[in-house]
Write a protein that binds this ligand. Structure first.
Ligand code: SF4
Length: 496
């Protein structure tokens, strides 16, 4: 007669955990995860045994569950202080205040990319540059943040078209920082088409880094990023070489925007990054915002197509790394950091509570302040509901705005319908602005959410590789985690 699955003694107690089935080559087909990010694969047959407290203490799994805080022994070691410390580490991004400050110094640009017309104005367009007064106000907001480490990112349009404003902001920050003594990094997100000796010398003096867009080989990059002279790829490569020779190889990173055309070329895109000597590539799907949405029939694609692309590109990347060339995929590195370390990556889109506003602020060219670049871009869809206020408002005023309250009330993934019982939630985020943009509701419906579809597919794929992959594959994935660099994925990865 089978043993009934009912606890009969005063043995171990369960601590909270979630579970999901991840099928593959292993008999350990159920993933269990704790709130503190611990995980373990177990055979499905063991799940009811564990839950009904039938697992004998001499079973090797018992010790594993105990060590990872899935179970506890009454009267034994109290795991709660350790768990509280782990939880605090994973949420430590909450204590510092906004660390990423984006200055949209101009909307002007020489490109006519369909996916980023949202933030573009003609080269000679008037009224699209940030004023000196607004820039000074924004610098004051930046120093009101208690964060000891700050990143200042210059955005556009093409920010080098407003280089005088960049110079003013950098010099003002440098001067005030003599008293403040913060650790401040500057990044210019640029096409690099407007570099000149003055810019390069200034960047050398102030240790400014660059982030650019490289969409793949010339045929793809030039199709995605048209300019009147049709030489965007060539000019970007020239800019990359110039920055590298003047400021060092790692002073420039690149991002890829993936249109539906791009999805046909995973290997070519990866190979372009190898050829150009990058050590990081970021394969992010297209943004749903602004003009990109209006052009969606031509440019956009269902998320499952992106996932197929990602898997093929990832497999190619792993092969290349196994052959001795280091090239990490940025989003994968962030997810692996969330899975495999006691900390989170801190990346704004993968935070819970959501990072918009709390972790990042965007100062628009006209003096308006937004919680993220995506919230600013919704303007082009006729939606200005996510404005926090003006650069003239103090930081406490901006951070107590009703908009931020709304975003935070929808921004705790652990409390959202669908996420609350998802085993992937310790490694995922809430991203209320993406759900607001796509579904008209910051909470959104996870079954219809492409954010959820993407993160479910990518996290599940990575967990499979960590469980079923050979030693070489695992070695490559671990190496990506260790050398991750946050500037490879600025909050605003779609332009420049
Ligand atoms: S968004 Fe999806 S994958 Fe992420 S925690 Fe929520 S339900 Fe899970």
């Amino acid at each position: 007669m089978p043993t009934p699955l009912i606890a009969t003694d005063g043995g171990y107690r369960l601590l909270p955990f979630r579970f999901m089935r991840i099928e593959g080559d292993s008999r350990d087909d159920v993933l269990i995860t704790s709130d503190t990010g611990e995980y373990l694969f177990i055979p499905e047959s063991q799940l009811p045994v564990i839950v009904h407290r039938q697992l004998p203490p001499d079973d090797p799994l018992y010790k594993n569950l105990l060590a990872r805080h899935f179970i506890r022994e009454p009267g034994g070691h109290d795991p709660l202080p350790e768990m509280a410390a782990q939880y605090r580490s994973r949420k430590s991004f909450l204590f510092g205040g906004p660390a990423l400050h984006l200055f949209v110094v101009t909307l002007r640009c020489n490109h006519t990319c369909q996916y980023c017309q949202v933030s573009r104005a003609p080269l000679a367009g008037a009224g699209h540059d940030m004023s000196a007064e607004h820039a000074l106000d924004a610098v004051s907001r930046l120093f009101e943040s208690p964060s000891p480490v700050l990143t200042v990112e210059f955005q556009g349009g093409e920010p080098l078209l407003a280089f005088d404003r960049i110079r003013q902001v950098v010099e003002e920050i440098g001067e005030r920082n003599e008293r403040e003594q913060r650790d401040i990094q500057f990044v210019i997100t640029s096409t690099l088409h407007h570099l000149n000796d003055t810019v390069i010398e200034f960047a050398q003096k102030h240790r400014i880094q660059f982030s650019t867009s490289l969409d793949g080989p010339a045929f793809l990059h030039n199709a995605n990023r048209p300019t009147p002279t049709r030489d965007s790829h060539e000019r970007t490569l020239k800019g990359i070489e110039w920055v590298r020779s003047a400021l060092g190889h790692d002073a420039v990173s690149a991002l890829t925007t993936l249109t539906s055309r791009s999805l046909q070329h995973p290997r070519e895109i990866v190979d372009e990054y190898v050829e150009r000597g990058f050590n990081s590539i970021s394969l992010r799907p297209l943004s749903p915002y602004g003009f990109a949405k209006k052009s969606s029939e031509r440019l956009d694609y269902p998320m499952h197509q992106y996932v197929e692309f990602y898997k093929e590109a990832l497999s190619h990347l792993i092969e290349i790394n196994q052959q001795g060339t280091y090239l990490a995929e940025g989003y994968t590195s962030l997810l692996l950091t969330n899975i495999l370390t006691p900390f989170t990556s801190g990346y704004v889109d993968l935070r819970s509570p959501a990072g918009a506003g709390v972790g990042a602020l965007v100062y628009n060219y006209d003096g308006d302040v937004y919680p993220s670049d995506e919230a600013r871009m919704l303007l082009e869809m006729g939606e200005n509901g996510l404005r926090l206020g003006s650069v003239k408002d103090s930081l406490p005023t901006l951070l107590s705005s009703p908009v931020l309250e709304l975003l935070l009330s929808a921004g705790v993934a652990e409390a959202l319908p669908g996420c609350t019982d998802c085993a992937l939630v310790p490694y995922c985020g809430a991203d209320p602005i993406e759900h607001y943009a796509r579904q008209g509701d910051p909470i959104g419906h996870r079954r219809l959410s492409s954010f959820c579809e993407k993160n479910t597919a990518l996290l599940t794929h990575l967990f499979k590789l960590l469980r079923d992959g050979d030693e070489d594959t695992q070695r490559v994935l671990l190496s990506w985690m260790a050398r991750r660099s946050l500037i490879d994925l600025p909050a605003s990865g779609y332009r420049g």
